[in-house]
Every structure is written in C-alpha cells, then in structure tokens.
Design a protein around this ligand. Structure first.
Ligand code: 4HQ
Length: 249
C-alpha cells in the first residue's frame, strides 16, 4: 500500500515516522510513505495555507486550493484511485477494525488540518473523516500518525511476527493480560508461579482469565462484541459469578 501525508509540518511527521517498526518498514520499502509540504502547493509570495473565516470570528481556516493542488499531484504520481482521509473531531471513531480495513486499501491520503479547520469545500474530495478520540488537538498531524501506525501494523512484513498482530489485544476484542520479565522477584513482588511452571496449557488458561477479568472490570462494553471461544465463555461465567457473590457480602 501507499500512504501520502499532506501537512504544514513535514519535519514533525518525518521525525515520528523514522522510529520503530514503522520506520524500519519505510526504510526497507515494505511501506511506501510520502510526506508532502502543503506550502509547496501554494502560488502566492507568502506561501499562504490559511485565511480569515467568511462571516467573521476567531482563528483562521485552511484554504481549499493548495489542498486540491496537492491531491492532484498525488493522484498523478500514484496513478490509481485515492482514498482521502481527513482527521477531525467530527469524524467517525477510528478503531482497530477500521485500521485493518484501511490496510487493504491501495492508495491512502491523510490530510492534516490545522487552525480552526479546513474550508468546507475540501470535503467534496474527502472519502472519510476520522477522529482518534473525543479531545481537541492543535492539528491533524498526531491523529494522522496514529492512523499510519495502527494501519501499518496490518501490512504483511511490517511487524516481524504475524502471530503477535493476530494476538494483539484489540484484534481479539479483549484487553491484554499482564506481562513479566526477569528477575522473577523485584523486592518482595514475585512473578505468578504459573508463569514459571512450564505448564503451557495452564499458562494459556491463566492469561485468558486475566484478560477476561481486566476486560470485565475496566471495559465491560468490549464483552458485547468480543468473539469468545467455549473456554473463554466458561471462564467469563465464573468471573461474573464471583463478582455477583462479592457484591452480596
Ligand atoms: N483535530 N481526531 C483540529 C483533532 C482530531 C481528533 C484535528 C484538531 C484537526 C483542525 N483529529 N484540527 N481528536 O482534534 O482527529
């Protein structure tokens, strides 16, 4: 897949994308990511990307035409249908399922908004508006980076071990179980014995129980849609019974 990012802060986006598994995937050309400086698509002396809002009011609005020119240039370069995303608090919530779906799209473009937002006419060329959560950021760069990271993990070859992507917390629809590494004792705090037992069937069951217990206490909403196997349903039943008993005494 290819990802094109349009931003007025190309250095910020470039720095973030040079680190970690995504950085390595770009370096080794498993992922084709290009960053475009929106100012390169302006035509005035001052390279303006924003202007005052019609109707008055505070703040500035991103101009439509530089964005249209950037999209035309990306379309010419990629030579196929673009899927254009705009990150905004008005968008539909970005989820793990959304990330997996986008990873199968050939050419994705991310438009990073700044200021009060973009000229409404840009939306005629936007396929999807996505929000990463209910809070206000000062620009779309961080949301775009979140989208790239979550999508890239589903592209074959980006994460070394395909197994770990399949087992990722939200791909299973449950919260993660606790992890431990050496030493087995930190002060008086010991690693649970089961993890040192070498009994892999028991370890698997313990991890399932921990995942389910955490999900039940912190994110019960996830249990409505999680795909549980027979064993998980049995363990969940047990945990719920335990919690009902707790509440009684
Ligand atoms: N912004 N999820 C305002 C966000 C945001 C979010 C991006 C702030 C766009 C103009 N985007 N700009 N939350 O807060 O996606």
């Amino acid at each position: 897949m290819t990802i094109d990012i349009v931003t007025i802060f190309p250095a910020m986006v470039d720095a973030a994308l040079s680190a970690g598994v995504v950085g390595r995937a770009i370096e080794s050309r498993v992922l084709d990511v290009a960053i475009h400086d929106l100012r390169d698509f302006t035509t005035d002396r001052h390279r303006s990307v924003d202007d005052m809002p019609f109707g008055g009011g505070p703040g500035m609005v991103m101009k439509a035409e530089p964005i249209f020119r950037a999209l035309d240039a990306i379309e010419a370069k990629r030579g196929g249908r673009l899927t254009v995303l705009l990150t905004s608090p008005q968008g539909t919530q970005f989820t793990q399922a959304g990330a997996e779906r986008l990873s199968k799209v050939e050419h994705v473009v991310l438009l990073c908004g700044r200021y009060e937002g973009v000229d409404e006419r840009v939306r005629s060329r936007v396929d999807e508006e996505v929000s990463i959560g209910d809070y206000v950021l000062s620009g779309g760069e961080l949301p775009a980076l979140v989208v790239v990271d979550a999508v890239a993990r589903f592209v074959p070859g980006v994460v070394g071990d395909d197994q770990s992507v399949a087992e990722d917390s939200f791909s299973r629809g449950l919260l993660d179980f606790p992890h431990y590494t050496r030493p087995a004792e930190v002060g008086t705090d010991r690693v649970p014995d089961v993890l040192l037992s070498g009994n892999h069937a028991e370890i698997r069951r313990w991890r399932k129980r921990e995942s389910l217990a955490r999900t039940l206490s912190r994110r019960p909403d996830l249990l409505e849609t999680a795909a549980l196997d027979d064993e998980e349903r049995r363990i969940l039943e047990e945990l719920q019974k335990g919690r009902r008993a707790e509440r009684q005494d």
